[in-house]
Design a protein around this ligand. Structure first.
Ligand code: 6GU
Length: 230
């Protein structure tokens, strides 16, 4: 998969050199590049923002640098992702959909966002998705893009070493994950639940399913099918 990220803080994405994502980049499974939006400005101050039409606080990102950057980077098959608190909420199904794509381009806005005409313009030629991480406010799209790149990359075959570890995680079956334990069997007076030492695989699977359901009911009842609005 090819991933291009346009941002005024390209060094933010240097951390993608490490861990599983770094390895996947080294092996050619992932081609991730961060680009400086200011490389597509032409004035001495490399200006990317201006005051909003209609007034109000904050600054809006100017359309011209975005137009030049996206013209240079978007391929016909690319999906343009605009991290935005005004977007659809990112979930595991979103990550799975995006993991099947050949090319993702992230447009990371700062300030009060990007001039709406940029989004409208590329929606005429490309698949464009405004995506939010959740109901809280970040300073810009960079942290959100990083989270999405990680969630998507790990679903690409070969990025995570053991594919079985992907299926037993929180959200993959729509529920929160059951609690996990390792050695020692007793620690600071606390025992590992005995069923996990029983060798009875049916009983272990049932126990895990019960803990997943119980945890989801307690912490995230909205995820259950009988939830209001679900
Ligand atoms: Cl994608 N961007 C910003 N600026 N804030 C957010 C967000 C995105 N998702 C949640 N909060």
């Amino acid at each position: 998969m090819r991933v291009d990220i346009v941002t005024i803080f390209p060094t933010f994405f240097d951390v993608l050199d490490i861990s599983l994502i770094g390895k996947a980049r080294g092996s050619g499974l992932l081609d991730i590049r961060a680009h400086d939006l200011r490389d597509w400005t032409h004035d001495r101050h490399r200006t990317v923002d201006d005051t909003p039409y209609g007034g109000g606080a904050g600054m809006v990102m100017k359309p011209e640098p975005w137009g030049e950057a996206l013209d240079a980077l978007l391929t016909p098959e690319a999906v343009l992702i605009v991290p935005s608190p005004a977007g659809e909420v990112f979930t595991q199904p979103t990550a799975r959909e995006l993991s099947a794509e050949a090319h993702l381009v992230f447009a990371c806005g700062r300030y009060e966002g990007i001039d709406q005409r940029v989004i409208d313009h590329y929606a005429q030629s490309h698949r464009v998705r405004l995506i939010s991480l959740g109901d809280y406010v970040l300073n810009g799209g960079e942290v959100a893009a990083m989270a999405m790149v990680e969630a998507v990359s790990r679903l690409i075959p070969g990025v995570v070493g053991n594919p079985a570890s992907l299926v037993e995680e929180s959200h993959e079956d729509g529920l929160l994950e059951y609690p996990s334990y390792t050695k020692p069997a007793q620690w600071r007076g606390e025992d590992v639940p005995p069923v996990l030492l029983s060798g009875n695989h049916g009983a272990i699977a049932q126990w895990r399913r019960d803990r997943s359901l119980e945890r989801t009911e307690r912490v995230r009842p909205d995820l259950l099918p009988e939830a209001p609005g679900a």
